[in-house]
Ligand binder design. Sequence first.
Ligand SMILES: Nc1ncnc2c1ncn2[C@@H]1O[C@H](COP(=O)(O)OP(=O)(O)OP(=O)(O)O)[C@@H](O)[C@H]1O
Length: 255
Amino acid sequence: MSGDPPALVEFSNVRKSYGPTLAVAGVSLAVGDGEFVALVGASGSGKSTLLKTVNRLIDPTAGAVRFAGDNVEGLPLAALRRQIGYVFQSVGLFPHMTVGENIAIGPRLVGERLAGERIARLLELVDLEPEMADRLPDELSGGQRQRVGVARALANEPRLLLMDEPFGALDPITRDALGDRVRALHGEFGLTTVMVTHDMAEALLLADRVLVMDAGKVVADETPHALLSGAGGAIAQGLVAVPRAQADRLAELAR
Ligand SMILES: Nc1ncnc2c1ncn2[C@@H]1O[C@H](COP(=O)(O)OP(=O)(O)OP(=O)(O)O)[C@@H](O)[C@H]1O
């Protein structure tokens, strides 16, 4: 018997092509229940495409994606997406709806009304004042809007959180704080989290496991500790070298 957690998401030889472009070129791996996985790699390496096959924003050209053992293609879309929170860089809040209405939209789509106290609690979870529920998205900062996006993703009490460059547009301090908050929520709610990021430092600091993509394939699958010890191959090490060189330069300047 292995000590690995049971898989919540399984990719079996997943491929996605757009005409001649092979965006995902045959990915097979499992994400265990409770894991926090970062997906890193150069622009165009296929990270977002792979992520979106899980909640079926994209259907693979070949291969299969399983969620909790079921092929996602056979599941009713609403039932699948109800169990999956999704956060993306542009947030996508509805501009004419209040923050509270935006947070409640997922449950509303499946005929449920979120109580005011629950909306207040969700706002507190992402370190926002409950009073913000009555504001419009335009009346928030970018970082606050991104926090609302996380609250909205948690409204359905999902098992899985998918995040596509969630902190990409934020200043470094807000980015750091929100990353830590998401990692804490991941633990508190027993979530499984898959996060796409360009930033290897962010991946190393937040994730239990880092997948590196290149030209549609996963070329490294390592723990942060293993990556920092030199594992994962040339492409992974090329990405690790960036924050390491920055840290070295800063240490040099402080001398
Ligand atoms: N709808 C589409 N039509 C055609 N080609 C697409 C489409 N979506 C993605 N691609 C191509 O598929 C490849 C992978 O794109 P994808 O967005 O998954 O990469 P990524 O690693 O997430 O990139 P980034 O980090 O820049 O967001 C790229 O070559 C991209 O141009």
